[in-house]
Design a protein around this ligand. Structure first.
Ligand code: SIN
Length: 277
């Protein structure tokens, strides 16, 4: 039996594993962490001493690694994407509700984010639970969503004419010529727990398959308002050595941009997923 102790971060999403050293967990404890991510969407751990090699080794216990096409890599470690904002930049990465890699036809299972440098205050990350969001909908709307698929892309975010190209993050990002398009169910069954989830997100979902964007927007906007309700959220406050592992199928996240004039550097490794049908 695992002796990992957990404390919930909020009612519907997020849990913290207490007093553990990720460099020294056995397979039983690791199994408990895996189950915690499946059940709670986000697992938070404080005070880890992980070198880049140990970060990569820990990530490999979860599965394969998806190298991010857009973020700068950390030195000699292509597996580690840097999510960074300097003292002089005003735009951050991830400063809107999204789920990582939904623009891939086989989206990443999850991400492992390790804080390296944090501002004196601010720079928290909000997470939202898409199981609770789906549960809150009426039976009629749930049935409608079960019959829908949605088209996702990252082109409007990262391409030459995309959102980041107009900002002071442009010079750090790459992959402007990459084109992405994926189609996924709107109501998804979690591959581990079987729980139904809302799988659209404000950053990467373009429209419902077979519907125009204009037709899709009112319903998408309603679903986004539901997903953003404070009661479905938790908030993570970082310090160097804090680490979060989240499930991209069952959560959204939002990196707060409230620390201008200070550096924030996070190392992210993205874990491969499986087809969502
Ligand atoms: C991300 O969106 O993956 C990064 C989140 C963060 O920096 O808090």
């Amino acid at each position: 039996m695992s002796n990992v102790h957990f404390a919930p971060l909020a009612d519907h999403v997020g849990v913290e594993a207490l007093n553990i050293d990720l460099n020294a967990i056995d397979d039983t404890a690791f199994g408990a962490l895996r189950q915690a991510v499946a059940d709670h969407g986000v697992l938070f751990v404080r005070d880890q001493q992980l070198t880049p090699e140990q970060h990569i080794a820990f990530a490999r216990r979860w599965g394969g690694i998806d190298v991010n096409n857009y973020f700068p890599a950390n030195g000699g470690y292509p597996e580690i994407a840097e999510v960074r904002k300097s003292e002089t930049q005003t735009t951050n990465i991830g400063g809107g509700w999204h789920t990582d890699h939904s623009y891939d036809q086989v989206p990443a299972m999850g991400s492992i984010l390790l804080a390296r440098e944090t501002p004196p205050s601010g720079g928290d990350t909000l997470f939202a639970g898409m199981g609770a969001a789906f549960d809150s909908l009426s039976d009629g709307l749930k049935d409608t969503l079960r019959g829908l698929r949605a088209v996702h892309s990252a082109d409007h975010i990262y391409s030459t004419g995309g959102i980041y190209a107009q900002t002071d993050q442009a010079a750090d990002l790459k992959g402007h010529d990459i084109r992405t398009r994926a189609v996924h169910p709107v109501a998804l069954r979690h591959p581990v727990t079987g729980r139904e989830l809302l799988y659209v997100n404000p950053a990467f979902t373009l429209h419902f398959e077979g519907w125009t964007r204009e037709e899709s927007l009112p319903l998408l906007q309603y679903l986004y308002e539901v997903g953003m309700r404070p009661e479905f959220q938790c908030r993570v406050q970082w310090a160097p050595g804090s680490l979060a592992i989240w499930d991209n199928r069952s959560t959204w996240h939002f990196a707060m941009n409230d620390y201008h004039g200070h550096r924030r550097l996070m190392h992210r490794i993205t874990i491969s997923g499986e087809p969502l049908e």
